[in-house]
Design a protein around this ligand. Structure first.
Ligand SMILES: C[S@@+](CC[C@H](N)C(=O)[O-])C[C@H]1O[C@@H](n2cnc3c(N)ncnc32)[C@H](O)[C@@H]1O
Length: 315
């Protein structure tokens, strides 16, 4: 298949990253993602849903790095999104690597959990399921348009323990300090890890996008951290490959919050790439090496960056 056009700034970025294979990255942009989904144990036992799909001709196999997650091989003439289980909220179609941040967060039943940038709700539904519909989940987003699909996805999934809020995520660190056991901070980003889903991200990418968004990303991560109780955990995630939106943001948090500690997180069955120690003359905190990073051509899925952070007693 021929390659799709990419902006000059993206090409320059790819060539500046010492661990990127530019050809593999450009090839990955034209390869569709595998069809992967989670089954909804809030509604029915896992084996009932999986048997139903298999009886209808779907070949499905378990994914090792996320609970209740499967890969589907397409049955003739039927889209997974048009199946009865999807219509009734028994399955949620979600990219394979996009399931990793919530596995790192590992929310437990009965906890207080905040999803700071939640729309359209892939990860909120995953969190509510692991909480077994108990405790409290606050699913927040700042976008009026995106809050509707968030609410409808939570309803379709049968979530009962969730409050939806429409706020700038920077509110929580100031007004709800130390209120949550776990906070997911899945920030807006340049999306350079999901170019196969969004070719425009590659065509329109400019360095200015990263310069603008990394300031917001850092404020959101600081807010997430401040909203977390001492001893609690924060997960910071992006679907981009840019070191200023990944390594730099986590490094800045570590320099501004002395109690923050990065915990090593290695999802089972996925190729993990070592984060950069420095880029473009900027040295990152060595703790950043413990984060999970993969490129779009590493695991046949999206490119992602995930940092699991523990909050100590001191700020
Ligand atoms: C990567 S998407 C989140 C995807 C979502 N976690 C999921 O898995 O379905 C980033 C989200 O951040 C939201 N956002 C942008 N600026 C924000 C802000 N200042 N505060 C909170 N959310 C914000 C966007 O509206 C967008 O829905």
């Amino acid at each position: 298949m021929s390659r799709i056009p990419v902006s000059e700034d993206l090409l320059a970025l790819l060539q500046s990253l010492p661990d990127v294979d530019v050809d593999l990255y450009l090839d990955a942009m034209t390869r569709p993602l595998p069809e992967t989904f989670r089954v909804n144990t809030l509604k029915l036992p896992e084996e009932v849903i999986v048997s139903f799909l298999r009886e209808r001709g779907w070949e499905v196999e378990r994914i090792s790095w996320a609970r209740h997650a499967y890969r589907a091989n397409r049955a003739e003439r039927e889209e997974l999104g048009a199946t009865v289980p999807h219509l009734f909220g028994l399955i949620y179609i979600q990219g394979p690597i996009s399931m990793v941040p919530v596995e790192a967060l590992d929310p437990r039943p009965g906890e207080r959990v905040l999803d700071l940038c939640a729309a359209p709700g892939s990860k909120s539904t995953q969190i509510a399921q692991l909480m077994e519909n108990s405790g409290v989940l606050v699913a927040n987003d700042a976008s009026t348009e995106r809050i509707r699909p968030l609410i409808s996805n939570l309803q379709r999934w049968g979530v009962m323990n969730c409050v939806v809020t429409l706020k700038d995520g920077r509110y929580f660190g100031k007004r709800m300090r130390e209120s949550f056991d776990r906070v997911l901070c899945d920030v807006p980003c340049s999306s350079l890890g999901i170019v196969m889903k969004d070719w425009a991200a590659a065509k329109n990418y400019s360095h200015g996008i990263t310069e603008r968004v990394r300031v917001l990303q850092l404020s959101l991560l600081l807010s997430a951290y401040d909203a977390t109780s001492p001893g609690g955990r924060v997960v910071y995630s992006t679907c981009t490959i840019h070191p200023l939106e990944n390594e730099w943001v986590v490094s800045e948090l570590l320099s501004r919050r002395s109690g923050a500690r990065v915990l090593e997180f290695r999802p089972e069955g996925l190729k993990v790439r070592r984060p950069l120690e420095e880029w473009s003359g900027i040295r990152f905190d060595p703790e950043v090496a413990k984060c999970f990073k993969c490129y779009p051509y590493d695991n046949g899925g999206e490119g992602f960056f995930v940092a699991l952070i523990e909050k100590g007693e001191t700020r």
